[in-house]
Write a protein that binds this ligand. Structure first.
Ligand code: C2E
Ligand code: MG
Ligand code: MG
Ligand code: MG
Length: 288
């Protein structure tokens, strides 16, 4: 009796597994189709200068505009794309679409694009970046690539060599989600990052937690020592803004300033913040 039960349980488990695999394959097919049909969209979140509250650029954040499920966040399909290798096509598309969008913005604004470690490994990433710049005509200094520490773990020498070639194009490189990975400090010494983005978990915790505030202070001073710009993400309150300014973070990003904006809202935001395609910063410099 127990044998039969056991077999039944196994069969149940097996068919459950089958259906998980099937569901994943379905989703993968759907995602492949979505890319073709133009269902992937980029939203843009302002990166604001801590000094004067003016936007210096936008981070491109991908979403899947699914006909039935609505707007699907990247956490629900990027891992799948990474497993299936589809990240190569999605990543190529993202870089080019972000560069193309930025060509329409006032001319000192940068666009920051998240680069999956998997995409980096699967393609000739330097050529991909160079081709996107070439095709869209975006000046290289207006593109920033955000990478995470996970990229540097496997073949650091190879990755660093490619990052150097990307920087040689004139593109800037930021370390994203700083503080959540393994040996952050050694990587900072091995590669000349232009920017560190402090993970939002520290900013969130800083409202309640003195240790989190001390960590933020330390990272800000590390940035000063290494001459690397510091961005704080996940900024949601005035109190956090005041603290991050006090410790001299260079750039702030978060819902306090703006949520990631779709193309329509972005156009409105740019209109409200910039006149005649000229940034207020440039305009005020002219007045001085
Ligand atoms: P990330 O690069 O660290 O992006 C910041 C995430 O924090 C975004 O989530 C953004 O919407 C969210 N965020 C911004 N301000 C706040 C805030 O004040 N409070 C809170 N609670 N959240 C805030 P999103 O868009 O869901 O993206 C999640 C992650 O997915 C990104 O983290 C990035 O790792 C990845 N991702 C997004 N777009 C792309 C892409 O185009 N390519 C790749 N490879 N990964 C992407
Ligand atoms: Mg990012
Ligand atoms: Mg980030
Ligand atoms: Mg992050």
């Amino acid at each position: 009796r127990s044998k039969a039960e056991g077999r039944g349980a196994y069969r149940f488990f097996e068919s459950q597994m089958d259906s998980d695999v099937r569901e994943r394959r379905m989703l993968e097919l759907e995602l492949r189709q979505a890319l073709k049909e133009g269902e992937l969209v980029l939203h843009y979140q302002p990166l604001v200068s801590a000094e004067d509250n003016q936007p210096s650029g936008f981070e491109a954040l991908v979403r899947w505009n699914h006909p039935i499920r609505g707007l699907v966040p990247p956490s629900e399909f990027i891992p799948l794309a990474e497993q299936s290798g589809l990240i190569k096509q999605i990543g190529d598309w993202t870089i080019e679409a972000a560069c193309a969008a930025a060509t329409a913005w006032p001319d000192d604004l940068i666009v920051a694009v998240n680069l999956s470690a998997k995409h980096f490994q699967l393609s000739d990433i330097v050529a991909v970046v160079a081709a996107a710049l070439d095709k869209t005509g975006l000046p290289p200094h207006r593109l920033e690539l955000e990478i995470t520490e996970s990229l540097l773990i496997e073949q650091p020498e190879d990755v660093i060599e490619k990052l150097r070639r990307i920087k040689a194009l004139g593109v800037t490189v930021a370390m994203d989600d700083f503080g959540t990975g393994y040996s952050s400090l050694s990587y900072l010494l091995k590669f000349p990052f232009d920017k560190i983005k402090i993970d939002k978990s520290f900013v969130t915790a800083s409202s309640e937690d003195a240790v989190a505030r001390d960590i933020l202070r330390s990272i800000a001073s590390l940035g000063k020592t290494l001459k690397i710009h510091i961005t704080a993400e996940g900024v949601e309150t005035q109190e956090q803004v005041d603290f991050l300014r006090e410790i001299a973070c260079n750039q702030l990003q978060g819902f306090y300033f703006a949520r990631p904006l779709d193309e329509m809202d972005l156009a409105g935001y740019v209109l409200a913040n910039f006149r005649d395609g000229t940034s207020k910063r440039t305009a005020s410099r002219e007045i001085e």
